[in-house]
Design a protein around this ligand. Structure first.
Ligand code: ADP
Ligand code: MG
Length: 240
């Protein structure tokens, strides 16, 4: 589904991604781990072109999305993104947060978009919050809304950048639960997280990133029980 070839990203003289090669199959849940500053967020942001790569290619469903002749907005719609800090629009109600994209970018009628949004809210048990504003919700609720807002665009891939890192501990579970359901439904997911329980339970593969490269790639079981790279071992010894 996604084929990344020799991906590079520089910010000025800072060479953040130094040649990433990875293939992600349809239905996979790829968990990305690695120390702070190793380029995990930059990698995700390059995948959906929030950052312009400075080298290499990203092929999404057979289309080279790094080719400037392609319509970036159309390609980007195939990928939903969930951020650490939710990034909901604070001045819009929950329902408007969810329907904005489908109406503006997918030509849905407001009625269609609303019906779909209510079904999504129902699914996460938050339909009674439709007319509230983000500030009136808990962190866990905001993040679940952010997930269904991305789903309302019917993406083929979901990208998550440390979706539970900003949450109080008691709210982590409810967000992971929604993500696990998505995985069980066959959604292709790339998830930057240090939630190793999640990685073990639903991850099909773990990528360990360090200094802008994928240093090790293995199944969750392999990487947690028998890491090969010294940097992977050192990192895992700190977080497990
Ligand atoms: P991680 O998510 O693994 O913590 P990041 O991808 O956020 O790492 O950052 C990797 C490196 O790139 C860091 O040194 C960070 O300061 C730098 N960086 C990230 N975004 C930018 C930017 N927009 N401009 C300049 N440097 C950046
Ligand atoms: Mg990051």
């Amino acid at each position: 589904m996604i084929n990344v070839k020799n991906l590079h990203k520089k910010f000025g003289s800072l060479h953040v991604l130094q040649g990433i090669d990875v293939t992600i199959e349809k239905g996979e849940v790829v968990v990305v781990i690695g120390p702070s500053g190793s380029g995990k967020s930059t990698f995700l942001r390059c995948l959906n072109l929030l950052e312009q790569p400075t080298g290499g290619e990203i092929i999404l469903e057979g289309i080279n999305i790094t080719d400037k002749n392609n319509d970036i907005n159309k390609q980007r719609q195939k990928m939903g993104m969930v951020f650490q800090n939710f990034n909901l629009f604070p001045h819009l109600s929950i329902i408007d947060n969810i329907t904005l994209g489908p109406v503006k970018l997918k030509n849905q009628t407001p009625e269609q978009a609303k019906e779909n949004a209510m079904a999504l809210l129902k699914r996460i048990g938050l339909e009674e919050k439709a007319n509230n504003y983000p500030a009136q919700l808990s962190g866990g609720q905001k993040q679940r809304i952010a997930i269904v807002r991305a789903l309302a665009m019917s993406p083929d891939v979901m990208l998550f950048d440390e979706p539970t890192s900003a949450l109080d501990p008691e709210m982590v579970g409810e967000v992971l639960e929604v993500m696990k359901e998505l995985a069980a439904e066959g959604m292709t997911m790339v998830v930057v997280t240090h939630e190793m329980g999640f990685a073990k339970e639903v991850g099909t593969r773990v990528l360990f990133m360090d200094e802008g490269k994928i240093k090790e790639e293995a199944t969750p079981n392999e990487i947690f029980t028998n890491p090969k790279d010294d940097r992977t071992k050192e990192f895992l010894s700190k977080i497990l």
